[in-house]
Design a protein. Sequence first.
Length: 421
Amino acid sequence: MRRSLRWLAGALAGLTGLLALLLWLQLRDAAPTPGPVTAMPAATAEQLVRGAYLARAGNCAACHTARGGVPYAGGRAIDTPFGAVFAGNLTPDAATGLGAWSADDFWRALHHGRSRDGRLLVPAFPYPNFTLVTRDDADALWAWLRTLPPVAQANRPHALRWPFNTQMALALWRTLYFQPGSFVPDPALAAEVNRGAYLVNGLGHCSACHASRNPLGASAALDDAGGSALPNQPWIAPSLTDAAAGGVPGRSPDELVRLLKTGVSARATVMGPMAEVVAGSTQHLSEPDLHAMVAYLQQLPQAPAPEPPAHATRPSDAVTRGEQLYADHCADCHGAQGQGAPGIYPPLAGNPTVTMADPRNLVRAITRGGFPPATAGNPRPYGMPGFDLPHAELAALATWLRAAWGHDAAPVMPVDVLLVR
């Protein structure tokens, strides 16, 4: 008995020592920048233009602006499976924003995931992506943020559950899943593709939504073909390499660029969280950069084609009711044959959103509707109303859509509608 207790005590002491070493390794350079902020050379006009562009590329305002709040002043809640994270104030207010920070402090946050005082930042701030941003781009972004009007708005503390709200937990997470890095162009790829890789994997942080995550929230690579359910939102961010989920395979570069630039194309319309991305970020990017991003995404390994599905069994009464509901509520816009109206209403026939294995995007679109983003290329988008029908009728409509025009996707049950609602 005593031997077992000694063994247990030794194991606990060893574990404690290991955790202490782990924390020391993660926090050994945690001291804040000493002394006053060193004056930076005056930013050039070219640097400021570049910084403003990079802020759009990173869609910084989307997270760092509360609903109805001052742009970049922070306060927006970002839901995670571990609790809510509140984005910080990026304006140059000395007390509550970044006014006391230096360019080195800002670089440290992007590249190392540390605040000015040395604290480890939560990875909801996507420094696993931002670590790839070059120092020149970080300095340009920093210089532009310094030109914003200072806003005195204190940062809200995160509402994370224990132990995810501890520095020890963050130290462990970083040891497992994060290593500061730099973008290294692949000499085997064209310059355009490398530029796209830098934008997609760095400031664009596309994997933050479109790649699957493990139980501790670590993101996989974009080509994992998994896609991701957005926390506390009834949306799926589909895999970008899976044609069956509406990814980039099978679409022309021009179509994809148009979708990112305007929010609509002949075969698709963006809604939900992606509409925010187009409105706040990709519509403002240059055509060469959008083509570069598409070129990079299209050279990623495609997801393997799925096995032919077993023929889905659908209740005949649900199919009949769904067909009538489509004629009553949908056909006027989307067409009797689901053909849609190019640039106005997306086609439903052959639309991957209709036939995805997980039907929540389809159910969400039917029940809540929505608008594509208003963009320079599509300033007056056509919206879609939500349909407040009983669960069983909405399930019948979705089931019919997933069986019509040659589709053979699994039926949607009333409980699926209930869960999305």
